[in-house]
Every structure is written in C-alpha cells, then in structure tokens.
Write a protein of this length. Structure first.
Length: 141
C-alpha cells in the first residue's frame, strides 16, 4: 500500500509536451503545492519552440527558472539562467531532453554565458552534452 501511495500521480495543468506518470519517491506536499500554483497561475510561464519539454518562468529581474519534469521517477528539476550586463550564467543542465541551448539563446540572445553544474545527479547534469564547456567542482568530474 505504501509503495502504491508513492507512485501516485497528482495532476498539474501543464504547457509542456511530456506527461508525468508517477514518482518513485514520496512527493513533498509543500513543494507540490508551490509548483502547482506557479505552473498553473504564473503569467510569465512559457514554452519555446526550441524545446517543448520545458517551461520557462521569469522568477526575478534577469533570473529565469527552466522547469524539467522528472524523467527518472525521482524529483522534477530546475535549470536557472542569470542574465548579467556582460555575461550570463546557466546553473545546471537538467535532463538534456530537447534543446536547452535553444531556450538559452531565446533568453540571453547573443550574450556570452558560462554553464556550471551543482552536482552530477541525472536531473542536474544529463544536459551537459549540449555544451562545449561545463564547470563543476573538481570532486564531481
């Protein structure tokens, strides 16, 4: 019964092409409530043609959150993009489904940017293959 409870699906109306079926871990009710409010009511949310599998939100001035639904049954992930005056910074690369580079191009235009990953879990680093250089802590190499 507990196993079945962890595999439950909670509906969030979504703009992305994918549809999550179940989680392999217990869903945090606070995080779920926040994501439901953000994804269903935030007017800044959009999907770019370059990648129909992610949703992009303007979280603050020049700070974007790119939402990736879980592809491994564990947690959903976020990629963050900071747009500076001379450079941008991409934090984590998500699952790597679709063109993350295309979405970044939409957000930053021709502004040069660096890519850094916080750690090597699938939901943070599988998209590394899309970039020539990715920075990380030496223990994560």
């Amino acid at each position: 019964m507990a196993e079945e409870k962890n595999r439950s699906y909670r509906k969030i109306d979504s703009m992305v092409s994918g549809r999550k079926k179940a989680w392999r871990e217990a869903e945090n009710p606070v995080r779920f409530a926040y994501e439901k409010l953000l994804r269903e009511r935030d007017e800044t949310g959009r999907v770019y043609e370059a990648n129909p599998f992610v949703e992009v939100y303007d979280l603050r001035h020049n700070l974007f959150g790119i939402y990736n639904e879980s592809l491994d049954g564990y947690g959903d992930s976020w990629v963050f993009v900071i747009k500076g005056s001379r450079r941008g910074l991409v934090i984590d690369t998500g699952y790597g489904l679709g063109s993350l580079k295309g979405v970044i191009r939409e957000l930053l235009g021709s502004l040069p940017y660096d890519v850094a990953v916080t750690h090597s879990h699938n939901d943070h680093a599988l998209g590394n293959y899309q970039f020539q250089n990715v920075y990380c802590h030496e223990f994560e190499v």
